[in-house]
Write a protein of this length. Structure first.
Length: 744
């Protein structure tokens, strides 16, 4: 086992080498670039899974996490150790991330190969080899994205964690705006980058304080999370000047670091970037929502949980704040999802909501439940996003197939994700938009592989009882919330779960059930094998993965399958010297889980599953009226930011422009410049008139004297003798005559 664990530092290397090889050497050949990227992901899987299973099968592995050191960086009084570590938490993440990355890479190789008529609609020149013209660049970018996530998972310190964290931030910018010909894609990329940078900047402040206040100064997890260091951070107090309150250092540091999760995992109020990130290709959506970026935000809380556990004891407000943000975000985002038409945006708000569950679980101290839901959610959300991309492909192909046969003449432009169609803010239907669920229907018969795997993912998201992984991980959070007395969090999450099941049934009904509502849906075809097979391989995890976390006290089936998750994490929790409560079994959370899941699915099927006629007004819209509009417009949060924060920023920049360019700085600089020009003109005149005049006058006098003397130089010795005699006579006259006169 030790041999496998020593290879952990190699896991992020193959995708990085693939990235470098594609960028530097292989980009001209798209097929070779794809194979290189997939090969890098496969090598990471072949390294990551043996490491993960070595941890899973080790006896009491959590009591002896594996640490490795690669090199050190001297920093004066101390040094920064760069290395890797393997413990139960990141072993589970290695198991999840390496597999999903490979599946998404394989899917992307098929997804980014789209028909030539779609390419011509986007680019002025068709792509060679039947693939996106920037196909190789896409493969390079997602390889670098994988490097960031895998490097983050195996990092041994918060410093290297943050480096890989920022690599993912860069990749999200590059990939969300990958089709930068679309103005909306460019805007979404900038929005994602700036919004997450806000959270990252606050997180960096927390990291710097943690480094400065730790003894010894360090960012290595084994140092900063040691019981001794956490205790001294909890005992030392600091006064926050802005609010004039005194809190333990650990509470302030935990509060600042938490904003890294708020930004990266799209929690309120920094949630606004994630829905717009749907402008990127669907494999990017799956990467961000399942295998990498947003999972990294929650994993930060999982990794730093000892700090939050001790910080919650020293200052209860810290964990209360975390639980509030998570629970509020879960409910807030789920209500928005019920009023969206874009199939990917529904899933985007679903992701925000599910991440809220995990954050709330950390806030109530449910460390195992948060990690459990993080893993299961990654699998079924990857299944849903990849399935949505397959649906878009199929419907888009159906529209173009209809056009090629003379249907709906006059609509010969490419639509959908590739051509930049965006859901209209007023909710009106674009009849050619393959991402709008109103243009779908009846796809269960046209695309059976995609449909059934999507339905499996939807049932897992809804928490369909007993069979799906989502039920067991959500039920674990409910049990912790109820058993620990966090009743408000429990009921907020329960209501959110009901809404989640409802909009999932709505999405399944509008997309796959009933009759096709457009020719695009009627002529849709199943996607290629490179897209369908990853769905088939991910689907079993969305079902069976939850069976490894069935509580032993669960009625009838408890104990039939050992609770692997609890047994695996328990030694590690003991090693970290934490006290994570094990909730006693209660029928209240169980009944709540059953009611909200089955009730939400039944309500959604009753409203949307029995058929939805083309042009029909959404039944929920008829019932909710103006409330539906508020939900559809996302509570006008974007508009609020536009009218306040962004308007303030723009106004401030204009004011500073006036100060700089019109009023203060530039006028002073210009005045100094004008004085300098005037002085230089004056000095130039002095130089020209006085200095140059004097020099020129001396030169002129010399020239004139020389000209006069030139006549004397005629070569006659007699003339020279005459001049000498005359000169001598004059000299004698001037010198001797005055003497003679004085004598007389």
């Amino acid at each position: 086992m030790e041999g496998f664990l020593n290879l952990a530092w190699l896991v992020p290397i193959p995708p990085f080498l693939a990235f470098a090889a594609i960028i530097l050497f292989l980009n001209r050949n798209k097929t070779v670039s794809a194979l290189t990227a997939i090969g890098g992901a496969l090598l990471s899987l072949l390294l990551g899974w043996p490491i993960a299973f070595a941890a899973f099968l080790g006896d009491h592995f959590g009591l002896h996490p594996h640490y490795g050191e690669l090199f050190t960086i001297p920093t004066g009084a101390s040094e920064i150790v760069i290395g890797y570590q393997v413990d139960p938490a990141n072993a589970l993440m290695l198991f999840m991330a390496s597999f999903l990355l490979l599946m998404i890479f394989i899917y992307a190789s098929g997804y980014m190969s789209f028909p030539p008529h779609l390419q011509a609609a986007i680019y002025p020149v068709s792509a060679a080899q039947g693939k996106d013209p920037r196909y190789s660049r896409f493969m390079a970018y997602i390889s670098l994205f994988a490097t960031g996530m895998l490097g983050l998972v195996v990092s041994n310190s918060l410093l290297t964690f943050f480096v890989f964290w920022e690599i993912m931030g860069l990749c999200s910018y590059l990939l969300i705006g990958f089709w930068y010909e679309k103005p909306t894609a460019r805007a979404a990329a900038v929005k994602a980058f700036i919004t997450t940078r806000i959270g990252d900047a606050i997180m960096l402040m927390g990291m710097l304080l943690l480094y400065a206040q730790s003894e010894p100064s360090s960012l290595a997890f084994r140092d900063i999370l040691s019981p001794e260091n956490l205790q001294q951070l909890a005992e030392r107090m600091v006064t926050v000047p802005v609010f004039n309150v005194t809190v333990p250092w650990i509470a302030l540091i935990g509060f600042l670091i938490f904003f890294g999760t708020v930004g990266k995992s799209s929690q309120f109020p920094l949630h606004v970037w994630l829905p717009d990130a749907m402008e990127g290709p669907t494999p990017v959506s799956a990467l961000i929502h399942a295998a990498t970026m947003v999972s990294a935000g929650v994993f930060l809380l999982v990794r730093m949980f000892p700090l939050y556990a001790v910080g919650g004891e020293a200052s209860p407000g810290l964990l209360q704040f975390v639980a509030f943000i998570g629970a509020f975000t879960a409910l807030f985002a789920s209500t928005i999802a019920v009023a969206q038409w874009d199939i990917k945006r529904v899933l985007a708000y679903s992701t925000i909501s599910q991440l809220g569950y995990m954050v709330a679980a950390i806030g109530i101290g449910a460390y195992p439940a948060a990690l459990f839901h993080l893993i299961t959610h990654a699998f079924f959300k990857a299944l849903l996003f990849l399935g949505s991309g397959s649906v878009i492909h199929g419907v888009e192909h159906g529209f173009h197939h209809a056009h090629e046969h003379g249907h709906e003449e006059g609509h010969d432009e490419a639509h959908g994700e590739h051509a930049g169609v965006v859901e209209r803010p007023d909710g009106r239907l674009d009849p050619q938009d393959p991402q709008d669920m109103r243009n779908m229907g009846g796809l269960l018969n046209r695309m059976p592989g995609t449909s059934w795997t999507f339905i499996i993912g939807g049932l897992a998201l809804s928490g369909f009882p007993l069979l799906t992984a989502g039920f067991w991980s959500k039920d674990e959070i409910f049990a912790y919330a109820w058993g620990s007395g966090h009743n408000l969090v429990f009921w907020v999450l329960a209501i959110s779960a009901f809404i989640t099941a409802f909009y999932t049934a709505r999405q399944i009904g509008l997309t796959f059930l009933g009759a096709p509502r457009t020719e695009g849906a009627d002529r849709a075809e199943e996607s290629n094998r490179a897209m369908v097979w990853p769905l088939v391989l991910i689907a079993p995890f969305a079902i069976a993965l939850g069976w490894f976390g069935i509580p032993a006290k669960f009625p009838l089936i408890g104990g039939l399958v050992p609770n692997f998750l609890e047994g695996f994490l328990e030694p590690y929790i003991e090693y970290m010297e934490l006290h994570v409560a094990h909730p006693d079994f209660s029928y209240v959370p169980l009944v709540a889980s059953l009611v909200v899941a089955l009730g939400g699915l039944a309500a959604g099927y009753w409203v949307y599953g029995r058929g939805y006629a083309a042009g029909q007004i959404d039944p929920l819209r008829r019932v909710l009226g103006p409330i539906w509009t508020v939900l559809h417009r996302k509570y006008y949060v974007d508009e609020f930011y536009q009218a306040t924060i962004i308007a303030f920023g723009v106004g401030l920049s204009k004011f500073l422009y006036w100060v700089d360019d019109l009023w203060v700085i530039d006028p002073i600089v210009n005045a100094i410049g004008r004085v300098g020009v005037w002085l230089s003109t004056l000095l130039a005149a002095v130089d020209r008139i006085v200095v140059d005049g004097t020099v020129n006058a001396v030169g002129w006098a010399t020239a004139r004297t020389g000209q006069a003397m030139r006549h004397i130089q005629d070569g006659h010795v007699q003339a020279y003798l005459l001049v000498a005699v005359v000169s001598m006579a004059i000299w004698l006259l001037l010198t001797v005559l005055p003497v003679l006169l004085t004598l007389v």
